[in-house]
Write a protein that binds this ligand. Structure first.
Ligand code: ZN
Length: 130
């Protein structure tokens, strides 16, 4: 039985901003970095090099679209992109807007901050990014 939490879209429906052909754009639970989102591949693949070329191109374009929307909505100083997959071995990216107001903005983002996304915050975020 597959217990991968990213294989079942029901696990993140409440944070879904947009569904692309090959990926889900989801608001992260932690909004310490306002606009922090995830892009989750629909197909269960562990590594970037395992992605078929046509899907890799689509995912690459999706990442650009998400980053562009975040930039338009929140005008961060920088946008960090990261793909780890150590905790959840299903290809996904962290798209993390960084602000000069963050005292640690020169460091890698802390992605283990406690969940802070409320349903009201999500609705506002979805409107701002839509
Ligand atoms: Zn999976």
């Amino acid at each position: 039985m597959n217990t991968c939490p990213f294989c079942d879209a029901k696990n993140f429906t409440a944070q879904l901003i947009h569904e692309f052909e090959h990926a889900y754009w989801v608001a992260a639970h932690n909004q310490y970095y306002q606009g922090y989102c995830l892009l989750i591949a629909k197909q269960h693949l562990r590594e970037w090099h395992e992605v078929p070329e046509n899907i890799a191109l689509a995912l690459h374009n999706n990442l650009r679209q998400v980053a562009s929307k975040i930039h338009e909505a929140f005008a961060p100083h920088k946008i960090n992109l990261a793909s780890f997959g150590n905790a959840v071995e299903h290809l996904h990216w962290h798209i993390v807007p960084r602000y000069l107001s963050d005292p640690d903005h020169l460091q890698a983002p802390n992605l283990t901050m406690p969940a802070s996304l409320t349903p009201e915050m999500f609705e506002q975020l979805k409107q701002q990014l839509g």
